[in-house]
Write a protein that binds this ligand. Structure first.
Ligand SMILES: [Mg+2]
Length: 312
């Protein structure tokens, strides 16, 4: 299917995305010069992006979403249900999914890619019916997301994130979790459990260095550390995605895993708290189609400096 045969693009840009407004005019021009008719749409009262996509599905041939990982997440269900291909404009503060699949960090380049690329199948993760592009976590990072208010994110950015993280770290505790997968059940003591679909998350962290969003696998890791300060020494590995080599990090690949805890714990999907334990995770293989480079390694060849996530 050639990109040129797709004429009408539903065009949704998150107006609150940090890098939203400044790039939109040039990006529109690129897309229209490339032969696309842009159909503008925004959520009505009480709608999310998936509702907009469902409502507009007959009026478009593809969907272009401008924003960060949180914005993409709210479009996921609508994209799966309508099977419309997705073009991504990485306009958020954290654009980890775009990075995972090799979409250029520059919005202008990303727009040109939508015109030239062929949509390719991409997996999504699912936990208790909630879809995610990058990662779902239980424990420390879920608590971090709940403590960091939208207002604080806008006002303090990276600094606010660091302050909240430091406060939380100082009082964080291990919890018991039961991990069921591939015919085994393990009882673990952990500070955080993460289940990744793609490679990058959290504005510069890495689930696993070789993970991709089209390998049909979820990548699990669990931080089974003695003290919170151990996380500081683990940080370089967590950024590179090599944490699995340490004795106090459990890591494996699977297609489904269930995590139970003694009391319900919040689950963070792509930066938002959406469900609770017990949490049943599964891979949704080839769930959507995305305009992306065919070379899976491209994301590695175009390293970008991402700042700490606060487009969540
Ligand atoms: Mg994967």
């Amino acid at each position: 299917m050639a990109a040129k045969s797709l004429r009408r693009a539903l065009f949704i840009v998150n107006p609150n995305a940090r890098n939203g407004r400044k790039s939109v005019a040039t990006v529109r021009q690129v897309l229209e010069d490339g032969g696309l008719t842009l159909v503008d749409a925004a959520p009505a009262q009480g709608e999310n992006l998936s509702d907009v996509i469902r409502r507009m599905s007959k009026a478009c041939d593809l969907v272009i979403v401008g924003g960060g990982d949180g914005t993409l997440n709210s479009a996921a269900a609508g994209l799966v249900e309508t099977a419309l291909p997705l073009g991504v404009l990485p306009l958020g503060t954290a654009n980890d999914f775009a990075r995972t699949i090799g979409i250029p960090p520059d919005a202008h380049e990303a727009a040109k890619l939508i015109l030239s690329a062929t949509p390719r199948p991409i997996d999504l993760g699912e936990v208790n019916g909630h879809l995610f592009f990058n990662v779902a976590s239980i424990g420390f990072s879920a608590e971090l997301a709940s403590e960091l208010s939208e207002k604080a994110k806008k006002r303090w950015g990276k600094l606010g994130y660091a302050i909240v993280a430091a406060r939380l770290l100082a009082r964080s505790r291990l919890f018991t979790a039961y991990v069921e997968h591939d015919g085994s059940v393990e009882e673990i003591r952990t500070m955080q459990v993460s289940v990744g679909n793609g490679r990058h998350y959290g504005g510069g962290m890495t689930v696993e260095e070789t993970a991709t969003a089209d390998d049909g696998r979820l990548d699990f890791y669990s931080l089974e550390v003695d003290h919170w300060w151990r996380l500081l020494t683990l940080l370089p590995s967590l950024r590179k995605g090599t944490q699995g080599k340490w004795d106090d990090v459990r890591a494996f690949q699977t297609t489904e895993v269930t995590i139970k805890t003694s009391r319900p714990r919040a689950v963070n999907t792509d930066g938002d708290l959406t469900t609770w334990t017990p949490a049943y995770f599964r891979i949704r293989e080839k769930a959507i189609h995305v305009f992306a480079p065919l070379d899976k390694q491209q994301g590695l060849l175009t390293p970008i400096e991402t700042e700490v996530s606060n487009d969540r």
